[in-house]
Design a protein around this ligand. Sequence first.
Ligand code: NIG
Ligand code: FE
Length: 411
Amino acid sequence: MTPPASPRRLLVRDLAQLATPAGRGAPLRGGSLADVAVLEDAYLLVHGDTLEAVGRMRELPALGGDVAELDGRGLCAIPGLVDCHAHPAFAGDRVDEFALRAGGASYEELHAAGGGIRATVAKTRAAGREGVAAAVERHRRWMLRHGTTTWEGKSGYGLDRETELASLRAVRDAGGVPTWLGAHAVPPEFDDGDAYLDWALAEVLPEAAPIAESADVFLEKGAFDAAQARRYLQASARAGLALRLHGDQFTEAGAVPLALEIGARSVDHLEATGAGGVRALAASDVVGVLLPASALFLGRPMPPARALVEAGAAIALATDFNPGSAFCESLPLVCSLAATQLRMSPAEALTACTVNAAHVLGRAARVGRLAPGYAADAVLLDAPDWRYLAYHLGGEVVHTVLVAGEPVRIR
Ligand code: NIG
Ligand code: FE
């Protein structure tokens, strides 16, 4: 009998730099957000799907046995990027609305006129189970091309039993982290939010809970109010789900106090958050997830990133990838926006879309750092300095992505 083959080892050698959030634990906040360790002339050693070692070339130990090699000259390694807020389970597009917005129509007006989220709900329902799965798989490939190796996929464009469950299964089957966004909008067959939630909590939650890891709600004027959000999230928590909120996107409607009250993992958007919300978040374990691509896409004010960091709040960065408010799957672009619009340093941005984002997805013990024992997920940047991640605005910075130890050449 031949013994089972041991997992393969891969040495990525002669990297110009290797950059990783330093330290241990998550989430990182305040000054630690910028604590990034940079090794010049570095290597990364992979064993199966796990990182065995990282270090400087001159300290590379003799490696016995079979080791594949990958030439890292001219490249910089960072951890695989983590997109902790994305809506990839949608069909069709909203390019017509985009053009109307360019001519002056507002996102809220389009939403109130029956466009917006509901327009995508109609297309996603019509796409059926296979259409949704194909869309999620296509969007996963887009994200990978920008270095995203761990990603969230929210439902919320079905809002009926079949399409919500199909969305969650499609995300799970494509390797994403499924979030039940059952409270995204009130679907057309219901007159009001309470009646819809009665139905969704009775008919969808029991089947969504075994597939999803978290539940999310859009707490906003025209969507769900704080009392409805509390009811939806408390029922989801009883079903074993972690809790997330879309809050303070256009107005402060009580999302931050509710997030603290119910122990949510995160409250996301925060474009409208004032000084009181910043202070409250800073004194809590709730992560503020900032989505600058969404603020840019809608021409809205940017979230108060500097105030949050300086107050000591834990923050993460994500794309908010969706067809209406952020048709953008690129975390490198989000890092550029963080540096140019949110006054975050490249180091703060890196931590915010690796370790801290992994924490929001409940994966920080294994994802988000280049360190022994972590997942062998990494991005090799086509750049002499890792900060090109944020510096090269809209640039083709991703050369190769390691996904669970497997190199995928991007360009
Ligand atoms: O996070 N704000 C609510 N949901 C999404 C947008 C959804 C859409 O416009 O289709 C967001 O921005
Ligand atoms: Fe969102």
